[in-house]
Every structure is written in structure tokens, then in C-alpha cells.
Design a binder for this molecule. Structure first.
Ligand code: MN
Length: 468
């Protein structure tokens, strides 16, 4: 497919149909307990197939989990080859598309307006991990508008149900936090809409490292290859994706903090509980027969969503100053956040160390950077380790920085998130004497094995090794 063609699956249902047709959607028996069992099933199947729960415990509303099971699925959703994934995302970051506002009667997400708000009765909200403080909405895309600039922002936040119309929310010091700060300074609530059940590209766009004031929905439009259809929320002027399954409208209350957490997070540890902001829910609208989406923390879906979006942003950032940089990967073992592998086309001695230093500054989560040459497969942990094993000397090629800003969710960092940074230059020295000539077998790459394979092997083996 041409990279400029519109993406093929522009709502959750189109994507799920595609997964089902390609044998990547497992339908689970009705009655699955929302507490733990649903997450256990989703976790067991993730990467291989999405899990569809048509009737979980006490609910007629189905739950979907694992809609993004592998990196290749994200490329598929975009309609590009996996090798084009980051460059396509980079294009969308550079050229977002303005939104297309549609009328409410054109918007599936407002087909049904629910009158009395009881989140637990309306929605099948699971509890995922042993020590989670309760049931959490984990795939809620929160859209807010800055009371000062009027700009929208899209971000995912963990939302703990604390009452029929009330949720605790964790807001990290990023864009939503700035909007809320502006509202709270005037002692007014911040209107928000929380969207559940969208296609993988809107989910990916929500994780873009876009500048403050850039509406991530416009990046979603660029990923779709056409302006995203949106509709005005019923109680505010917030624009939400018209194709969404569920929209929760509400506001974040000023000067109110209540207990939220702990909650199992992406690093596979619990983020601690604390006094956090509170969302008061005012309205819920849905499609007819909506589908509820849940993301199990630390699963592939969780890791890939953040990983791919960050990779594209980090790659652009590095390439702006260091053209030697060819590709980057936030490796799965680093939870697609903490460990970055960078492929360079080195032309100056020392260049990889500059790359390492620039990478430390590209996102505070980055804790380890490994720089490798072009012949290393940065998506293959074995290939990366081979480069470190054979092209790296710790007394010359290692950088350690103490006391940087890191992730508060990394339990080995200090409680204030102060963290050391590790850089490894695993590139070949330019002035080598041929000792890095990687061995190869002439003709191996072009080999047509079928030409040489004996077609009657089974019969032959029976004769050669069989008992007689
Ligand atoms: Mn933002």
C-alpha cells in the first residue's frame, strides 16, 4: 500500500474485524470474573491474539483487550511496512491534520445518552493486579481544553473508580497538568471527556511526544491519512473522536484531593498510592451495543503504545542534531521506556558518545543507551548483545552519569526520581585493521534452499533411520 493512502482501519470495529479475519481474535466464554481472571486471560493471549469477552461477569457490554499485540500490528494498522513505521509516525508529527467536526446525529459515540450515572453498572470495569487499589479504567483517552490557550490535549491516565460518578486520577507533570493548573488557579473545574474504544492509531497518537498546545487528535488524523471526524461533547466544547465506543464527560475538581492507588504500572511494579485529583462524572454517551476496552499494564499493548510513539519523537530529536543516527528502538526488556538502542552510520570517531549524550536528554525515562553500527539488528536482543560482546570495552566505551532525572516508577531510582544514566558505545573503531570483518558464507543470502532440499525426505528418513 502506498504510504500516502488513508489507513484502512479507522475505528475499533474495523480493526477488530480485521483481527478476527486473520485469526487474531479469541472469543472468551461469558461470565468471566472482572476481578483478575479477565486480565489473566488477556495476558496469556496477548501478542498472539486480542481477547474478546462478549459477556463478562454481570454485564452485557463486551470487553476487548490486546488490540495491539506486536509492533507489526501497528504497521499493519497504518498500512505500511514495519520498516516504515517510525518514518510514517514522524511525518504525522510534522504535519498534523486539522479536525473535521461533525454533527451529533452523525456521531456514533453519542447514539445513546445514559441518564443516571453509575460507572460500575454501566461499564464492565476490571481489576487487573493483586494489589491494585480497585477497579480502574486503563484505556481512557482523556481530552481537555486549556482554559487559557483554548488548545486541546489528549493523554491516557489511570482512573480509579471511587464512587458511582467519581474517579481518582493520576496526572503526571505534563500537558494535562498544565491545563488543570490554569483552571485551579481560577478555582474552577476543568471540563474533560474520556474516550474509550478507538482504533489503534488514535491510541498511538495519544502517546506522541507532541509540544504543549498540539492536539494529539490532529496527529491521529495525520496517521489516518485524512481529517479525523470529531463531535462536540454534550456538556462542554471538547471535541472527541466521533467513532469512539464510549465517552465519559466530567470535570476535574479544583482544590480536591483524595486517595488514589496503588496501581500496577508498566515497569511491572506498583505505582504508590497518594492524594490525587478527582474526576466528577456528569454524563456518559455510547454507541448502540458499545465495546469496552481495557489495557493490562506492562502487557505488549501498554508497552508498544508508548514505545512506538516515543521512538518516532526521539528519532526526530536526534536526527535534528546528529545526522549519523539511522534508527532507534526502545527495547522490550527495558519495558519500551528505559533502554534505548540507537543505530548509527558512524563517520567520526567519538560521534557515538555525542549520540549517547543527546539521547539522555531526549526523554527523562531513558536510563541506558547502546549505540551500534548499521549491521546490527536493533530489534534483536541477541544481535545487540553480540555488538556489546565484540565491539565494546568498558574502560573506554562506557559513559556513566550520576544524579540525572529519571522515572519515579523505576524502583531502583530515588523516591524523587533521581537516576543514574548508562551509555555504551558498541560501534567498531574507524581505524581498525580489518579485525572486525564479520565472517560470511559466500552465497548464503541468495541461497534457494528448495533447489537443494530433497522433496522425499520423509520417505527417505524412514528408509535410512526406521526400524526394520
Ligand atoms: Mn500533549
Amino acid at each position: 500500500m502506498d504510504r500516502n493512502d488513508p489507513a484502512p482501519y479507522t475505528d475499533l470495529r474495523r480493526w477488530l474485524r480485521h483481527l478476527a479475519r486473520t485469526n487474531r481474535l479469541t472469543v472468551i466464554k461469558p461470565g468471566v470474573p472482572l476481578r483478575f481472571t479477565l486480565a489473566a486471560i488477556a495476558k496469556r493471549l496477548e501478542g498472539e491474539s486480542a481477547s474478546y469477552f462478549p459477556g463478562p461477569e454481570g454485564h452485557s457490554m463486551p470487553v476487548i483487550a490486546g488490540v495491539l499485540g506486536a509492533r507489526s500490528w501497528a504497521a499493519e494498522a497504518l498500512g505500511v511496512a514495519e520498516s516504515e513505521l517510525l518514518s510514517r509516525f514522524q511525518q504525522a508529527l510534522e504535519k498534523p491534520l486539522p479536525l473535521n467536526e461533525t454533527s451529533p446525529d452523525q456521531a456514533p459515540c453519542q447514539e445513546v445518552v445514559h441518564q443516571d450515572i453509575d460507572l460500575r453498572r454501566l461499564l464492565p470495569i476490571p481489576t487487573h493486579h493483586e494489589h491494585d487499589a480497585g477497579d480502574y479504567i486503563t484505556a481512557g483517552l482523556l481530552i481537555a481544553r486549556d482554559p487559557v490557550s483554548g488548545k486541546q490535549n489528549l493523554s491516557i491516565h489511570r482512573l480509579q473508580i471511587t464512587a458511582p460518578d467519581r474517579m481518582g486520577i493520576l496526572i503526571l507533570p505534563r500537558h494535562l497538568n498544565a491545563f488543570f493548573g490554569n483552571a485551579e488557579a481560577s478555582n474552577v473545574p476543568l471540563p474533560i471527556s474520556i474516550v474509550i474504544g478507538v482504533d489503534p492509531l488514535i491510541l498511538l497518537a495519544s502517546q506522541a511526544m507532541a509540544p504543549l498546545g498540539q492536539d494529539e487528535l490532529e496527529i491521529a488524523g495525520a496517521l489516518h491519512g485524512r481529517a479525523l471526524d470529531v463531535v462536540r461533547s454534550r456538556a462542554s466544547d471538547i471535541l472527541v473522536p466521533a467513532s469512539a465506543e464510549i465517552v465519559i464527560e466530567g470535570e476535574i475538581l479544583p482544590e480536591v484531593r483524595e486517595m488514589e492507588g496503588p496501581f500496577g504500572e508498566f515497569p511491572r511494579y506498583y505505582g504508590p498510592g497518594g492524594m490525587r485529583q478527582v474526576v466528577k462524572v456528569n454524563a456518559v454517551t455510547t454507541r448502540h451495543n458499545p465495546i469496552y476496552h481495557t489495557i493490562v499494564a506492562a502487557g505488549w499493548e501498554n508497552l508498544l503504545l508508548g514505545g512506538i510513539a516515543r521512538e518516532a519523537s526521539i528519532l526526530s530529536h536526534l536526527q535534528n542534531v546528529l545526522p549519523a543516527v539511522q534508527d532507534v528502538h526502545l527495547t522490550p526488556g527495558g519495558q519500551c521506556r528505559y533502554h534505548l538502542c540507537i543505530k548509527v552510520r558512524k563517520s567520526e570517531e567519538g560521534e557515538p558518545k555525542n549520540v549517547i549524550m543527546a539521547a539522555f536528554g531526549s526523554h527523562y525515562d531513558i536510563k541506558q543507551v547502546i549505540v551500534v553500527d548499521e549491521d546490527v539488528d536493533i530489534h534483536d536482543p541477541r544481535s545487540i548483545e553480540w555488538a556489546v560482546a565484540t565491539r565494546f570495552q568498558a574502560d573506554q566505551d562506557l559513559i556513566v552519569v550520576s544524579g540525572g532525572h529519571g522515572s519515579k516508577l523505576d524502583p531502583s531510582s530515588s523516591t524523587k526520581g533521581v537516576s543514574a544514566k548508562l551509555g555504551i558505545d558498541a560501534t567498531i573503531p574507524l581505524d581498525n585493521n580489518g579485525e572486525y570483518s564479520v565472517m560470511r558464507i559466500p552465497g548464503e543470502d541468495e541461497l534457494d534452499l528448495d533447489h537443494w532440499r530433497c522433496q522425499t525426505a520423509e520417505h527417505w528418513a524412514e528408509e535410512a533411520f526406521g526400524e526394520s
